[in-house]
Design a protein around this ligand. Structure first.
Ligand SMILES: [Zn+2]
Length: 440
């Protein structure tokens, strides 16, 4: 478009006033939202403009002081109700600089804080986010080593309710939040898993608060989970699409993730257990770390895939499926290289009739039962040594089922195709449904 002299002139004035403006223009705190979780509390200041801020801690009593430049006192802070165990109250104090506002967070103990600004996105405008963390609590919250007399350990299933807190996920046409649906279903899945022999569930979030995607797999790892299952509900721009789907990590993304993990040497020990500690001693042996991580990743992806097939089958009995085969994607929560992970889209929030279904107790129960059944069936077919499911295996014989190959059977019993063939005097790789194989 051609610029006239006049529009150029106006543009110049606007540029000039933008340069001068910050001195006079006042930012405003429009609201404060508080999201407590068991070991941290997020305080979000909604602002009319991008914040310019600085902060420091004071003790006796413990408090966090935040200075917001060019900001007016626009809301009554003392009437904002503090939630959670970490934050006592919010108030203003005399600012150090002209035209600025000093906000004080009175704390219940000495805490750490992550403070950062977020630009406008979706329903939210400019924000200043304060993540208060109890450093002592997260150290002591590590689970103690189990000293159970029972030599058979429970499988630990991390159940992840998608979204939460300030992140509502998708919003249905009648206003239902995905974060509410995912949490209700996750709680039901937990109940069913806890009532299944040999399995125990842990939730990655236990209430309506925000958990970063990276933190979700971290929690699963900390709880020594054998599997991470993330529960979501889909949305689309038009109301037609409906049905569930099951997602696993794509191999391409997996390779990128391996590279990233290799760079983070300190995380290798955690990922690889004993082997990781050896590698840490010899930093030059990066290729060894790479090979080990690849093996671990390969294992978790193949496990995820086998489970995802069962998940699709179980879910299709209780709900319409949008995709009849497992899908591969690079979704955030699926990127853990060491824990088999699965993301279940339970249906479409954007489809009015499915939104209604997803809110119903009976439908949620059906979905939760199907999800649990698929997990139980997977660990019955592919048991982990030392678990109750492994102890239930009857004999070292295998009856060939539809769709099974020698390599799949070999993987299941941790043996090789060659060993299977020689043990059963097989001359070709072809199997018949119903054929009985001796497992070496
Ligand atoms: Zn979601």
């Amino acid at each position: 478009m051609k610029q006239t002299i006049l529009t150029k002139f106006i543009a110049t004035i606007l540029t000039l006033s933008a340069l001068i403006a910050p001195v006079f223009a006042a930012n405003k705190i429009e609201s404060v939202r508080i999201w407590p979780s068991p070991d941290s509390t997020r305080v979000v200041f909604d602002l009319s403009d991008k914040p310019e801020y600085s902060y420091f801690f004071l003790s006796n009593p413990d408090r966090l002081v935040i200075d917001l430049r060019h900001t007016n006192r626009s809301i009554k802070l003392t009437s904002v109700k503090a939630k959670g165990d970490l934050l006592k109250r919010l108030r203003y104090s005399s600012p150090e600089y002209k035209n600025s506002t000093r906000v004080v967070l009175d704390l219940n103990k000495s805490l750490q804080a992550g403070i950062f600004a977020l630009p406008p996105v979706g329903q939210y405008g400019n924000r200043l986010v304060v993540d208060l963390k109890d450093a002592q609590a997260s150290i002591s919250a590590k689970p103690p080593e189990s000293i159970s007399a029972n030599p058979l350990r429970d499988l630990i299933i991390a159940v992840d309710a998608g979204h939460g807190g300030e992140d509502p996920g998708s919003i249905g046409p009648s206003g239902l939040y995905e974060k509410v649906v995912t949490f209700q279903i996750a709680q039901k899945v937990k109940d069913y898993i806890d009532n299944t022999p040999g399995m125990r569930a842990v939730l990655t979030r236990e209430g309506d608060y925000y958990v970063h995607v990276n933190k979700r797999s971290e929690i699963a790892r900390q709880k020594k989970a054998d599997l991470l299952i993330s529960i979501h509900a889909d949305a689309f721009t038009s109301p037609q699409p409906r049905g569930g789907s099951v997602w696993i990590l794509s191999m391409r993304r997996a390779n990128t993730e391996i590279g990233r993990w290799i760079e983070q040497t300190e995380q290798q020990a955690e990922l690889l257990g004993g082997a990781g500690r050896i590698i840490q001693d010899k930093k030059s042996e990066k290729y060894l770390a790479h090979a080990l991580l690849e093996m671990s990743m390969d294992h978790s992806i193949s496990s995820s895939y086998l489970l995802s097939e069962k998940m699709v089958e179980a879910m299709s009995k209780v709900t319409r499926m949008h995709k009849s085969t497992p899908q591969a994607a690079s979704l955030g929560v699926l990127k853990s290289p060491d824990i088999p992970s699965l993301l279940v889209e339970t249906g479409f929030m954007s489809n009015p009739s499915e939104e209604r279904l997803l809110s119903q107790h009976e439908h949620q129960t059906k979905l939760a039962k199907a999800i649990t059944k698929a997990i139980d069936s997977y660990f019955t077919d592919y048991p982990i040594a030392g678990t109750w499911h492994a102890s239930q295996q009857k004999s070292q014989q295998h009856v060939v089922k539809r769709g099974e190959s020698l390599s799949r059977i070999a993987k299941r019993y941790s043996t090789s195709v060659a060993a299977l063939k020689s043990n059963n005097q097989l001359t070709s790789d072809l199997l018949k449904v119903g054929q009985v194989l001796k497992i070496p």
